[in-house]
Design a protein around this ligand. Structure first.
Ligand code: 3PG
Length: 212
């Protein structure tokens, strides 16, 4: 966990990659790394996602790459075999959490209520995903959570963008923000990886300012 935490403390932004194929995934990952973002979440939402995860883990070793949208224990197990260095899930389920813990892989399970957060706390999780952040109450909800669940760190994801990234990062309990705004499907489909690098650089600059 400490490598991941160190990396996120330095640059608290996690771009999502929904790769249509492994090669595109690797190119997207490289464009993000070039822009200064080196913690990458490859989401299991396309038929090629497992293959893309493995390719990125092997071919972009300068990044810490994890699997996102992990819904089942079996998927969690496979992502670890493919090289995932962390696991993210939209919700909180025992199977996914225990599989990650058994493999000694950091798990960011999703919570949106105090009850779910307390459940996560009782699974010994001290870092959780807050999802869907915008719809579940945004920075104000996080402030309420973080004043009660002291020592817990959050990764808000869902509705985060360059416009509100600074608002989330203003809360020191926010470990990092995740989002797909950094990897627009139209830019990637047209091979415009420079656009991805530009968005990454913009996010790095916002994060620097928010954490200065
Ligand atoms: C997630 O997987 O966390 C969300 O779908 C990301 O939400 P976004 O597309 O609003 O960034």
């Amino acid at each position: 966990m400490s490598d991941l935490m160190d990396r996120l403390n330095a640059t608290p932004v996690v771009p999502l990659i929904a790769a249509t194929d492994a090669n595109t995934g690797v190119k997207t990952a490289r464009a993000l790394v070039e822009g200064g973002l080196t913690v990458l979440e490859i989401v299991l939402r396309t038929p090629a996602s497992m293959e893309a995860l493995q390719a990125i883990c092997e071919q972009v070793p300068e990044a810490i790459s994890g699997a996102g949208t992990v819904l089942t224990a079996a998927q969690a197990e496979e992502t670890v075999k493919r090289g995932a260095q962390f696991i993210v899930s939209p919700g909180l389920t025992e199977g996914v959490v225990k599989t990650a813990q058994a493999n000694d892989v950091p798990i960011l399970a999703g919570i949106a209520t105090a009850t779910e957060l307390q459940q996560a706390y009782n699974y010994d999780l001290r870092t959780v995903k807050f999802f869907p952040a915008g719809l579940a109450g945004g920075p104000k909800m996080l402030k309420a959570f973080s004043s009660v669940f002291q020592g817990v760190k959050f990764m808000p994801t869902g509705g985060v963008s360059a416009a509100n990234l600074g608002d989330y990062l203003a809360n020191p309990a926010v470990l990092a923000c995740g989002g797909s705004w950094l990897t627009p499907a139209d830019a990637i489909a047209s091979g415009d990886y420079a656009a991805v690098t530009k968005l990454a650089k913009e996010a790095v600059a916002i994060a620097k300012q928010a954490r200065a």
